[in-house]
Design a protein around this ligand. Structure first.
Ligand code: CP3
Length: 343
């Protein structure tokens, strides 16, 4: 039996409390991160192995989480495909949006070697991390990655250029998705070789298009990435944010655990999602703007679900937001550990 409560839950074992980690646990709410950010750029923190490892491990001490997630970004894949990328104060920006290219395939030149620095970060994390804390690896899912590539920058939450492009250039989209998927698979397998023990696929923009169109254009890629990761024996978590009733169509060949967004109640998710798939989620990160009494009242409503469901990882329904008070993030982490889960 593993000595990690997260790996135990992923393996279907019973534990005294649900394990937890938080999306964007390293890069947003921690005062220790803000301090490093004064001295180092985001790229620098991601690319220097010592620094990348230190940032990855910050939430273990500062929040007491049950797992670390690699400090990197989903946009390293388009970068390794030859797109010029900068992280600015307004967010990530590509030099030329793919939608403005007459033939996007001509400018894409996937170079797996351009991801090598990330494996050096993982090696450092392995050398430094506590034995009972597993490392989670990740990449972006094809629609989310594609939407930044086409748009160039996340100017509008609706990604209007992307949605129009999908309807006008379906065959081209399929080819770009194939290229993203191929590189993502190489990347995921290298992460596993270097020591990650869990993999999460982030489809933050899953709700951008109708579910049937998503199924047609993107689910084949999700299945391929899932299969490649699971062949290595690594549990696979899929986070398709905003797909609503689409969670009823998630099948066991797509993931081991499904991460539920804050829109869908956990009880509904448990009724709708195939019973062989575990669940993760789904605290609204904005709850953490409230006072601690309000936060606690809401958290207490999760006890009933947690007492009945052992195949559940507590997480947020989307990542921490930058201005959430650290004290409230810590309050949440401490509450999870101290609660009587009635198991
Ligand atoms: O805890 C962590 O932060 C883990 C590492 C991580 C980052 N991005 C670091 C980051 C992870 C898992 C991601 C995933 C990611 N990146 C997603 C999917 C999950 C989600 O949050 O929706 C998406 C859509 C991106 C793309 C991206 N990268 C955006 C939109 C931005 C700008 C705004 C922001 O802060 O999210 C980034 C930059 C980014 N990625 C930062 C960090 C720490 C901010 C850099 C800084 O500190 O200035």
């Amino acid at each position: 039996m593993s000595n990690s409560i997260l790996l135990q839950t992923l393996a279907g074992e019973k534990t005294e409390r649900p394990p937890f980690w938080f999306m964007r646990q390293a890069g947003r709410v921690l005062p220790s991160y803000m301090k490093l950010k004064e001295k180092h750029s985001f790229w620098e923190m991601m690319q220097k192995p010592e620094l990348g490892a230190d940032v990855t491990l910050l939430p273990i001490n500062d929040l007491g989480v049950d797992a670390a997630i690699l400090f990197s970004d989903i946009l390293v894949i388009p970068y390794a495909m030859g797109m010029g990328l900068e992280f600015t104060d307004r967010g990530p920006e590509f030099d030329v949006p793919l939608s403005e290219r007459a033939n996007p395939l001509e400018v894409l030149n996937p170079q797996p070697d351009k991801l090598q620095y990330i494996y050096e970060v993982i090696k450092q994390i392995m050398a430094k991390k506590p034995a009972h804390i597993p490392l989670i690896g990740f990449c972006g899912a094809p629609l989310t990655v594609l939407s930044y590539m086409l748009e160039g920058i996340g100017r509008s939450k609706d990604f209007p250029v992307t949605t129009t492009y999908l309807y006008q250039n379906k065959e081209m989209v399929k080819k770009i998705v194939e290229a993203i998927t191929e590189l993502s698979i190489i990347y995921a397998k290298e992460q596993v070789k270097n020591g990650i023990k869990v993999f999460q696929l982030f489809e933050t923009h899953g709700g951008l298009i109708p579910w049937d169109l998503y199924q047609e254009l993107f689910i084949p890629a999700v299945k391929k990435i899932a299969q490649a990761v699971r062949e290595t024996g690594t549990p696979f978590i899929y986070f398709p944010k905003g797909i609503g009733a689409g969670i009823q169509d998630i099948t066991p060949d797509m993931c081991d655990f499904l991460s539920i967004d804050w829109q869908t109640p956990m009880e509904t998710a448990r009724k709708w999602v195939d019973s062989s798939i575990g669940l993760q989620g789904n605290i609204d990160p904005r709850l953490l703007y409230a006072d601690q009494k309000t936060i606690e009242n809401k958290l207490n409503q999760y006890i009933d679900f947690g007492s009945k469901n052992h195949d559940w990882i507590i997480n947020l329904g989307h990542g921490f937001l930058p201005d959430i008070p650290y004290e409230n993030a810590k309050f949440l982490a401490d509450w999870i550990k101290a609660a009587d889960w009635k198991r």
